[in-house]
Design a protein around this ligand. Structure first.
Ligand code: ATP
Length: 978
């Protein structure tokens, strides 16, 4: 292989495109100072991958681009191409000719091309690696390198020997392998760390997982059994309820029937009484008429007798004057009788009106009693419901039945444990208005237990664990820190509509627990209702909870919870509820007593009205007689008076003799009417007796119907109470279904096994609940966590094994490469060392020189020392002359070339410091190697020029622009100095 051609364009002083042809052997480049000879050396170095601007004798790499001259402007890019003949395939590239091009633009962008195809710098450096053309090789040596070679540090000198030994590629590979090893080790450490962490987690997680699985098994079993129990219980109770409803319906029908019958009986009785009364009236009237008739008969008979006697007497004694006197006296008696009679008639009418009024009052009183009885019945049901609710609330407050098992256990053992203050719900109070909001804000925290210290809380937890008595949450006063609203959030909230304040401000409590209260409620905002709460939560970016007076809540982050609670289970609200229920119950009982008393009063009034009615009836009967008597008296008086009038007329008639006949007619007529009236009265009495009997029968029925009605109403009340109890029980079971299993009854029915034995199933439920409780705290997520962790652990364990294998194989590769490098380096070094002494002796004409390891035990890193003793001298290296230094360096260079022949070697004024004799010896040495190495020498020395096969002269005919021309030896000296 040899360099066939260089093409330069825009590179340093080569402004125009210049093509310089080379050939195997020695090519010399001559010319005056500063005409651009070394720029050719730079160009070759640049194309072979030089990255240092300093090595290119510039400050930045773009300094290599032609920067202009007096007559030329600067160029935008520099381009250099080296064309190698590769017919011997020295370079590992499948081509007989290889073109390597480097291009650089003013922008700093650069390109490499291999046979005109773009490639990376790495492709170029890989191509020439270990060929003797590399960066640290001896392929390009300048005068400066020569001067520095002897003075440089042993460690810096080592790079040239490595290049000569051909270990660069192993070194590069080793660096890559070491980097790979470092990355592998890092990965391994990381994986190991994670594995250790996972190993730490996996044990406890496994235990948690197993516990969680047991828990889920129990829970599933519990659900299966309890759902069946609940469904069965609900079904049974529903059946009972259905039966009860049917019975109630029947009772209602019965009540309606009895009620109807009572009304019917009452009406019938009333009608019968009316009929009897009417008959009595008729009989009375008839009796009056009978009496009249009888009186008339009697009177007429008497009159007849009297008339007869009178007639006799009158005829004997009576005079017209006596009769007139008697008439006057009788008239006065008659007037008195009329007044008396009218007075009694008026009294009779008054009493009759009073009796009718009483009858109306009686009817009203009966209606009022019926209303009141119905109200009492309703009130009894309300009282029963209130009492049931009161019992439930008392149970919650006294037995803490609303609290969890654990909390109840701790409160029960309060005296044997220290520092238990009570549940948070029992330790704080608020006005009724804020009660729902407070209960919502506290949620489950209402039954958190406040302790004085953290240790006391721990003691309580150990107590629960020891006794397997459930779980509870504790709030130690010495640990809890207040959680408050940030000022800006508070300011924003205060500006919002409906903001009432912070929950803790509406609560009263002992100041010793203020940190606990502020911890739980210090950052919860209270709003009047949901719309305003939504706006407030939005204004504070959902960073704090907002609760409303109705118990809705907007959680941190924006989720909303709300609705309605049927029953309260916390003792805090239960106390108020209990007071309310007790108040209601008291009021209901008072109302009931008042109603009973009113009923009693009404019943008394009713009785009084009845008695008065009877009295009035009796008075009426008496008055009827009195009126009849008075009427009789009046009639008698009237009759007497008329009689007297008649007597007067009679006297005339007696005297005339006509009276007797007329009287007999009237007497007969009166007797006939009297007998008729007697018969009629007898008939009416018979009818009345029928009415009396009928009325007695109706009254008996009425009593029976009233008793039956009372019985039905009492039964109905009992059934309604039972119904209310059944509905409560069913509601409780449905609540349990919904709360514990989120199931509707219909859904639960599909799952339920109705063939279960309910008692055994209930035992099973109790047993499973105990088992679940005895498990204590269960982390259900641990199942998934364990699976995740164990899968991850398995994956990472596999990775760890792979990384360990990779680490082993990388370490082995490094060891193998080290062995190869040591072998190659030491073999090459020994050969160079031997050749060095030979070349030295030739160039110096005697003496001896050798190379030494500075660290023989570490061949891979050792520096290279030079020991040289020119003939007749015993001096140390640094005190040699410039020419001697150059000769020693050249000795080494030639020794290396002799051991590892380089295809191309560019020497830039390396022999400048040598005297003529040494220049000739140097030139001879070049010649001796020229058949295996192509030399390009930049020189000013004739001795060197003389050995060149081809000479180029560098000129700057145009100022600042280099041109190369082929010159003959005889012109070269002249060229070099022109
Ligand atoms: N980017 C550039 N643009 C134009 N000219 C440049 C650029 N870089 C360097 N030069 C010119 O190249 C010249 C130096 O070239 P070089 O060092 O190759 O000379 P030389 O012939 O080796 O000299 P000597 O014999 O003194 O070593 C200088 O004249 C310098 O101005």
């Amino acid at each position: 292989m040899y360099l066939k051609r260089i093409e330069l364009h825009g590179f340093k002083s080569f402004a125009d495109k210049s093509v310089v042809e080379f050939m195997p052997g020695i090519t010399g480049i001559v010319g005056p100072n500063g005409c651009g000879k070394s720029n050719i050396t730079d160009a070759i170095r640049w194309v072979l991958g030089e990255k240092s601007a300093k090595a290119m004798r510039g400050e930045t790499m773009t300094d290599v681009i032609f920067s202009g001259s007096e007559d030329r402007k600067a160029q935008g890019e520099a381009e250099v191409t080296l064309v190698f003949n590769n017919e011997d395939h020295f370079l590992d590239f499948n081509s007989n000719e290889i073109e390597i091009t480097r291009r650089l633009y003013r922008t700093g962008d650069s390109e490499f091309l291999l046979n005109r195809e773009q490639c990376r710098l790495k492709d170029i450096t890989d191509l020439i690696m270990d060929t003797g053309l590399g960066r640290d090789s001896l392929s390009i040596i300048s005068q400066n390198n020569i001067n520095e070679f002897v003075k440089s540090k042993p460690e810096d000198r080592r790079a040239m020997f490595e290049e000569a030994a051909g270990v660069a590629k192993y070194k590069k590979r080793k660096i890559e392998t070491v980097r790979k090893l470092e990355r592998t080790t890092d990965n391994l450490d990381r994986v190991q760390d994670i594995c250790s962490e996972l190993e730490r987690q996996i044990g406890p997680l496994k235990r948690q997982k197993e516990k969680a699985e047991t828990y889920l098994e129990f829970k599933e079993e519990l659900q299966e059994v309890e759902v069946s129990v609940l469904v069965k219980e609900i079904s049974t109770l529903s059946e009972e309820l259905k039966t009860l409803n049917k019975e109630l319906e029947d009772l209602e029908n019965e009540r309606i029937t009895n009620d109807g019958a009572v009304i019917l009986d009452e009406k019938q009785s009333e009608e019968l009484e009316k009929k009897m009364y009417a008959l009595d009236q008729e009989v009375n009237e008839l009796q009056e008429k009978l009496l009249e008739a009888m009186n008339e008969v009697s009177s007429l008979e008497t009159q007849k007798v009297e008339i007869d006697a009178n007639r006799k007497h009158i005829l004997e004694t009576t005079s017209q004057e006596d009769i007139e006197q008697k008439k006057a006296s009788m008239k006065s008696i008659l007037q008195d009788a009329i007044i008396d009679y009218n007075d009694r008639v008026k009294r009779y009418n008054d009493v009759k009106k009073e009796k009718n009024d009483l009858a109306q009052k009686d009817s009203l009183n009966k209606k009022q009693q019926a209303n009141l009885r119905s109200l009492i019945e309703k009130k009894n049901i309300d009282i029963h419901n209130s009492r049931t609710e009161k019992t439930r609330l008392t149970d919650i407050i006294e037995n803490k039945s609303g609290y969890s098992y654990g909390v109840r256990t701790i409160l029960g053992a309060k005296n044997s444990l220290s520092g238990i203050c009570g549940t948070l719900g029992d330790l704080i109070e608020t006005e009724e208005t804020y009660e729902t909001a407070l209960a919502t804000a506290l949620g489950g925290a209402v039954q958190f237990i406040v302790t004085r210290t953290n240790d006391q809380a721990k003691e309580a937890i150990y107590f629960l664990r020891k006794n397997k008595a459930g779980r509870a949450t504790f709030l130690p006063i010495d640990t809890m820190k207040p959680r408050l609203l940030r000022d800006e959030a508070k300011m924003l909230a205060e500006q919002s509509l409906g903001y009432l304040g912070v929950m803790s401000d509406f609560v009263t409590y002992d100041k010793s627990i203020s940190d606990v209260v502020l911890n739980q409620l210090g950052n919860t905002i209270v709003a009047d209702h949901l719309d305003h709460a939504t706006e407030i939560a939005k204004s504070i970016y959902h960073r704090y909870r907002v609760v409303t007076l109705e118990g809705d809540i907007i959680n941190v982050g924006g989720s909303l919870t709300g609705g309605a609670n049927k029953h309260t289970n916390n003792s805090m609200m239960s106390k108020r509820e209990l007071e309310r229920v007790s108040r209601t119950l008291d009021q209901q009982e008072k109302d009931l007593n008042k109603m009973k008393s009113d009923l009693h009063t009404l019943e008394n009034e009713g009785r009084e009205i009845g008695q008065l009615f009877m009295q009035k009836q009796m008075s009426l009967a008496k008055l009827e007689l009195v009126v009849t008597n008075k009427k009789n008296e009046y009639e008698v008086a009237k009759a007497d008076y008329e009689n007297l009038t008649h007597q007067s007329v009679e006297l005339d008639e007696v005297i005339k003799g006509t009276q007797n006949n007329e009287l007999l007619d009237r007497l007969n007529d009166a007797k006939r009417r009297r007998d008729e009236l007697k018969e009629t009265i007898q008939a009416k009495r018979t009818i009345r007796m029928g009415y009396v009997n009928e009325n007695e029968e109706v009254s008996r029925r009425l009593r029976e119907h009233r008793a039956a009605l009372k019985d039905v109403e009492s039964q109905s009340t009992d059934k309604k109470v039972a119904k209310s109890r059944l509905e409560t029980e069913i509601q409780n079971y449905l609540l349990r279904l919904n709360d514990a299993y989120a199931m509707t009854f219909e859904h639960a029915q599909e799952k339920a096994d109705m063939s279960i034995d309910i008692d055994k199933a209930k035992d099973k439920v109790r047993d499973l609940r105990q088992r679940i409780a005895s498990l204590g705290h269960v982390n259900v997520e641990s199942i998934e966590q364990y699976n995740d962790v164990s899968t991850r652990y398995e994956t990472l364990s596999t990775q760890r094994s792979q990384l360990l294998e990779a680490q082993d194989s990388l370490l082995k590769a490094i060891k193998d490469m080290d062995a190869i490098m040591v072998e190659k380096f030491s073999t090459s070094f020994e050969a160079i060392n031997k050749a060095f002494n030979d070349v030295f002796r030739y160039l110096f004409g005697g003496g001896h020189a050798s190379l030494k390891y500075t660290d023989p035990d570490n061949i891979l890193e050792t520096g290279i020392d030079i020991e040289a003793q020119p003939p007749g001298k015993a001096a140390k290296l640094h005190s040699f002359s410039g020419g001697e230094n150059a000769l020693i360096a050249l000795s080494c260079l030639f020794a290396m070339i002799s051991v590892k022949p380089s295809p191309l070697c560019i020497l830039d004024e390396v022999e400048a410091a040598l005297d003529i004799a040494n220049v000739e010896r140097f030139a001879k040495y070049l010649r001796s190697f020229s058949d295996q190495t192509q030399f390009i020498v930049v020189t000013h020395r004739e001795g060197t020029m003389a050995e060149c096969d081809l000479l180029y002269g560098a000129t700057m005919q145009e100022k600042g622009v280099t041109k190369l021309v082929s010159v003959k030896l005889k012109d070269a000296t002249e060229y070099a100095s022109s």
